[in-house]
Design a protein around this ligand. Sequence first.
Ligand code: SF4
Length: 304
Amino acid sequence: MDNLSSVISKIRRRHAKKVLLHFPAGYGPKALEIAKEIEKAAEVVIWAPPCYGACDIPFYAAKILGIRLIVSFGHSGIRYKYKIPVIFVEPRVEAELENLPMVPGKKIGLISTIQYIHLLDKAKKIIRSQKKRPFIGKHGPLSTYDGQITGCEFRAAKSIEKDVDAFLLLAEGDFHPKGLANAVDKPLYAFEPITETFEKVGKTSDKKINFLHEKNVFGIMVSIKPGQINLKAAEAIVAGLEKAGKQAVIFAADTFTPDLLNYSAVEVLITTACPRVRDDYEMFGKPVLTAAEVLKELPNLKKK
Ligand code: SF4
């Protein structure tokens, strides 16, 4: 994990004259302070759109700008085949976990998002002190550490699901807990280490998937972000919908905003990019389904 001084040393070691800085939303004035520090080692350009995750590295922009090194803040890394190297500056949030509640069951799968991943060892000891057995699963390709999940990749949980009675997730907000709850069939408990909020998280059943049967015109969103592009899924969805006598069109973009998708004839959007887009349905003014839920439901679609 890199802090700012090690980032500066790495920039110097690579003799990078110009670097592209990439921040998640919410960095605010901190981004400018960081840029000022990094300017001691290299010329700085800040990539203006807020970054979603490590899935969203602006390689093509760096290429056009003649930049040979990207520094991305707020996420852990993904291995890319692109030639422009990326330094990922991972976030960490300190917490004591002294009030970590007891989770029902004897065998507990421990999961975390990146900012609390360093607390899993502490959580493991606490679980053992409760006379329970902790399990930590192998991470998937979008994650860096065992036990880590992202909002769209849950391999660290799936890989131990058969071994555990329940999962305990360290995370904040409800995006990761909701995503994980929908991906696993064992009970899931989420603990927010800073606020010490603890809750059992159930599967989401908002019945939006019924739109797949009821509506006729679909827009399939394909992102060109290097870690989000999923054209294969989009093409499979188009084929499945057309077979059922529906109209389906692929829309490609970097980031989807309502003005890009202002095609009134489209009744339902399907995201093959970040599943977080599904939560923005109010912004789009149309229902948004995820590729995963649509692919699961397609075999049940009857021809009109
Ligand atoms: S949920 Fe997946 S696609 Fe969305 S930002 Fe996180 S890693 Fe990227």
